[in-house]
Design a protein around this ligand. Structure first.
Ligand code: ARG
Length: 266
């Protein structure tokens, strides 16, 4: 009984930690961020949508602000362009229609530039490079992606991780547990509903680093290709694309992008 209580307490603590680390999925608007300067009506203002459940890339801090590496990058772009930005926490799946219907001017959300998405959206030049990794319980016999064929795998829905797992297990496989957010996908693993999780290294690595007591390990697999993140814009909106690309170029040239991410992206 004591053991059970300890188990549940641990589970509850992990859950709380997950919420703190990843933020919750509520739709909220952050106070207008202007990239560090005071609000100025004469400046162009861009509304930026995100899914702030993706620490350390985009998440809610404990005061309810949308923060993270992606947010720092967009703030730096805004400063370089002398425009204002306002962030909206839209969520992952609703983000795509929000860009399409003009609710937001563009999206930043660790979004991988893919050929399939390019059919419906335009992307800026890449600003970040990542790849998929596999997360499994410490005792798992999994050594690579192929080993997941016989397993239950959790992913964040409609992400590149989900696409990769669908290719392995089949589009309609009931062994795929697709959740609204990445923290929920990891929870499925922690509570035994999945044998593995597949997601971006940018987020999974940080999760393991920040939760050293969690009995999970990361498996890398060379078959996962490099993925490049871009800012996503409504198809055909060349004005915003050109503007954002100019900003990305500026923060690449000034070294600011590398200062934020810790590596160079060509
Ligand atoms: N890079 C992956 C993709 O584009 C996952 C991105 C998920 N981002 C997020 N904020 N939830 O599909």
């Amino acid at each position: 009984m004591k053991k059970m209580v300890r188990f549940f307490t641990l589970g509850f603590l992990l859950l709380c930690l997950g919420f703190v680390l990843f933020g919750c999925g509520d739709s909220e608007t952050s106070g207008a961020s202007d990239g560090g300067e005071s609000s100025d009506d004469s400046k162009q203002k861009l509304v930026v949508g995100t899914d702030a459940t993706y620490a350390p890339m985009e998440y809610m801090d404990k005061d309810g602000n949308i923060v993270g590496i992606d947010i720092e990058i967009v703030d730096a772009i805004a400063r370089a362009l002398d425009v204002e930005v306002e962030y909206k926490n839209i969520g992952w799946e609703p983000l795509f229609p929000a860009v399409d219907n003009g609710e937001v001017d563009f999206a930043v959300s660790s979004i991988t530039i893919t050929d399939e998405r390019k059919e419906s959206f335009d992307f800026t030049d890449p600003y970040y490079v990542a790849n998929q990794v596999i997360l499994v319980p410490e005792g798992s016999d999994t050594t690579g992606f192929e080993d997941l064929k016989e397993k239950k795998v959790s992913v964040q829905i409609n992400t590149t991780g989900h696409v990769a797992v669908k290719e392995l297990l089949g589009n309609t496989s009931s062994d795929i547990v697709a959740t609204e957010t990445m923290p929920l996908a990891i929870n499925e693993l922690l509570n035994g509903n999945a044998d593995a999780s597949v997601g971006d290294n940018s987020v999974v690595n940080a999760y393991i680093k920040n939760n050293p007591d969690v009995e999970l390990k990361i498996i890398e697999d060379d078959s996962f290709e490099k993925e490049y993140y871009g800012l996503m814009v409504k198809k055909g909106n060349t004005e915003i694309i050109d503007l954002l690309n100019e900003g990305i170029q500026k923060i690449k040239d000034s070294g600011k992008l590398e200062e934020i991410t810790g590596f160079k992206v060509e």
